[in-house]
Design a binder for this molecule. Structure first.
Ligand code: ZN
Length: 305
């Protein structure tokens, strides 16, 4: 049985200052802010989405910025590094562009990987990839701009059960490099890679600023999501019912290594409540929180573009 999972959908992380977070992702990295809304479960906090022009599945990095959050402690049981794809030959451009962050060139699986930290200590990387995805070119020219996620690393004390889960979800082992095992989804959306890094003696992560909260996988629609939900529940996982996130439907389950997985639909997308030319401009609230708008507009820190 092949599950209808097409790669990553989005990665959601925790940040401090929303303005700093916004400036970094839209300015330094040149992504498009495709939605400014609130955390549906805690509406006094923003939920900011950054991605390509449409906020396509596989391109969207999202943040909950808590202005006074303590920094997270890196460790096992979390997403370690999130990598974006950039065109072949562009890492030199990015080394200069991100020079203030002291990026470090590393290599895994024979690929160069430019590693750097975001403003909250976010562990990020750029990897050159032959990638047909169209970038957002509002800030960074198209021959250098980010194409979307290349993949992410799951940092675990024991990779066995999570590896088994990934294979169940359709990923195939591509190889190993030191502590890393690479899983790739055949025929995916471009955001196809998950590396499991096994660190048996390492301390567990403590979530905080710069930590990834969860990682989401893409399915085309709700029927596909139902199939995935049933298959994963049948193997013994506790999976939430589908939850309406306005721009997609989401189900969540905790994986054996501690990382929270989500499976999210590609529909209806970010143009649901905002014209495509104006994505991310207005403060958008889900209908259940619309009555809070006056207080939220007063109390949320303004974000200046
Ligand atoms: Zn999510």
């Amino acid at each position: 049985m092949t599950l209808p999972i097409h790669g990553l959908h989005h990665v959601t992380a925790l940040a401090g200052d929303p303005q700093v977070n916004n400036d970094f992702f839209t300015g330094a990295l040149g992504l498009r802010r495709v939605k400014k809304t609130v955390n549906f479960d805690a509406p006094d906090v923003y939920h900011l989405y950054y991605g390509d022009q449409a906020g396509s599945a596989g391109s969207v990095m999202t943040y909950f910025p808590f202005p006074h959050i303590a920094k997270g402690r890196r460790g096992t049981g979390e997403v370690g590094e999130t990598a974006f794809a950039v065109p072949p030959g562009s890492l030199g451009f990015w080394t200069e562009r991100l020079a203030a962050l002291s990026p470090v060139m590393a290599s895994s699986f024979g690929q160069d990987r430019l590693r750097f930290h975001g403003p909250d200590g976010d562990q990020l990387a750029l990897v050159e990839a032959d990638d047909g995805r169209a970038p957002w070119t509002g800030v960074v020219p198209g021959d250098h701009a980010l194409r979307g996620f290349h993949g992410a690393t799951l940092r675990l004390r024991d990779g066995g059960a999570t590896g088994e889960l990934l294979r169940f979800m359709g990923y195939e082992v591509e190889g190993t490099d030191g502590a890393l095992t690479r899983y790739r989804l055949p025929n995916g959306n471009g955001a196809d890679i998950l590396d499991i890094e096994v660190l048996p003696g390492a301390e567990g992560a403590r979530p905080g600023g710069g930590s990834v909260h969860h990682i989401a996988f893409s399915v085309p629609d709700r029927a596909a999501q139902d199939r995935v939900r049933k298959a994963i529940a049948d193997t013994g996982y506790q999976v939430t019912p589908p939850i309406d996130r306005d721009y997609f439907w989401a189900i969540y389950f905790r994986t054996p290594g501690g990382v929270l997985f989500e499976v999210a639909t590609d529909e209806p997308g970010f143009a649901r409540d905002e014209a495509s030319a104006h994505l991310g401009e207005g403060l958008k609230l889900p209908v259940q929180h619309e009555h809070l708008r006056p207080a939220l507009e007063r109390n949320l820190p303004p974000i200046v573009d």
